[in-house]
Design a protein. Structure first.
Length: 352
């Protein structure tokens, strides 16, 4: 499907200018274009790969929920089910991840705390999600979903990226530990989560200079720690210090209470945070492996070792998952040997 031609047809139907500017997107099946919507006003047109039903569309449903709860997301201007298009507010081009690179540590920390405050506000919206019967309240990080993500890591990292399988004994032990992780996290799934809350999914709008949430269509019920884990650990090249993580956890727990949410004892929160960090970072390593193997996006490889280090660090903090620890230690050693100064020609992965 030629997305630009579909969009131009839609714009003609709406009697809008057909001039469009394609916006580069990070490995999405959707395509985004900036269009002229009203006089002196632009909008973003999201073109999906196929027509859809608006009432069952998670992006539309979650947007309506978030706006109802006064969360900062783009207003929807128009929807065409037959064209597979959603037109929404234009926040500009400033992603938080890019802004961090040009700010001082102090200014960056102010923005990071603003992002953490948004997580607390999303969780405070949980009752409204259920009251409105939002699609997000009917989706959950249950055992099946969590286990699928862990298996996604195993298949994409070992079978695809590394072109080798675990031994039968390692695979059996790892499967048991994955069931344990998934089962425990399912029991902790109690609040609304964005599900992909990191600095590449937050924008600074070009009018009010405030943080705005994007890419929220996968919102679902999950652990109280889920979005914070994602924000603090996703796509890092250097593993954050324990002291820095604890500082952000403490700030988040205070923000939750400011939003009227129940108090959580910090040590209880930290244990759940460690467990969620293990699952999320394994899933992220699976995604990086998938992109590197199937899309030849080698830029994602740099994030795999830090993700493994975070998994290892949190396994050790909990004193659990010995088989996983052994496997991850071996993989970290392998990655480091492959990228050592004396081995400049080798690659992390093998394409066959």
């Amino acid at each position: 499907m030629n997305s630009r031609l579909v969009l131009e047809s839609f714009l003609r139907d709406r009697q809008k200018p057909t001039l469009t500017e394609r916006i580069e997107q990070d490995l999405s099946a959707r395509e985004y274009f900036r269009v002229v919507w009203d006089t002196h006003k632009t909008a973003i047109a999201c073109v999906y790969p196929a027509p859809f039903c608006a009432k069952d569309h998670t992006y539309i449903d979650t947007t309506n929920l978030f706006l109802h709860c006064n969360l900062p997301v783009a207003k929807i201007y128009d929807v065409s089910e037959s064209h597979g298009i959603i037109v929404h507010e234009d926040f500009g081009d400033s992603l938080l991840v890019s802004t961090f690179q040009v700010l001082s540590a102090e200014d960056g920390d102010v923005l990071l705390k603003s992002a953490i405050q948004l997580i607390a506000r999303i969780q405070a919206s949980t009752p409204q999600a259920y009251k409105l019967n939002s699609l997000s309240s009917r989706l959950k990080f249950d055992k099946l979903k969590l286990a699928w993500e862990l298996d996604f890591f195993k298949v994409n990292y070992f079978n695809n990226l590394k072109n080798r399988s675990l031994s039968e004994e390692e695979d059996r032990c790892l499967a048991q530990e994955f069931v344990e992780i998934a089962s425990e996290l399912e029991s902790r799934a109690t609040v609304l989560t964005h599900r992909d809350f990191h600095s590449a999914n937050l924008m600074i709008d070009n009018v009010q200079n405030n943080l705005q949430i994007i890419d929220h269509q996968d919102a679902r019920i999950g652990s109280v720690t889920y979005d914070l884990v994602s924000l603090l650990y996703d796509r890092v090249k250097v593993v954050p210090s324990k002291e820095w993580i604890v500082e952000k956890q403490t700030f988040f727990l205070k923000e939750r209470e400011q939003c009227g949410l129940e108090r959580i004892e910090q040590q209880t929160f930290i244990r759940e945070f460690c467990l969620q960090a293990i699952q999320r970072c394994l899933k992220a390593a699976g995604s990086f492996s998938h992109h590197a193997f199937f899309s030849s996006e080698s830029r994602y490889i740099v994030y795999i070792e830090p993700a493994f280090q975070i998994v290892l660090q949190n396994c050790q903090a909990l004193g659990r998952f010995k088989n996983l620890q052994k496997i991850i230690l071996r993989e970290v050693a392998s990655i480091r040997s492959q990228f050592s100064p004396s081995n400049k020609t080798c690659s992390l992965y093998i394409r066959v």
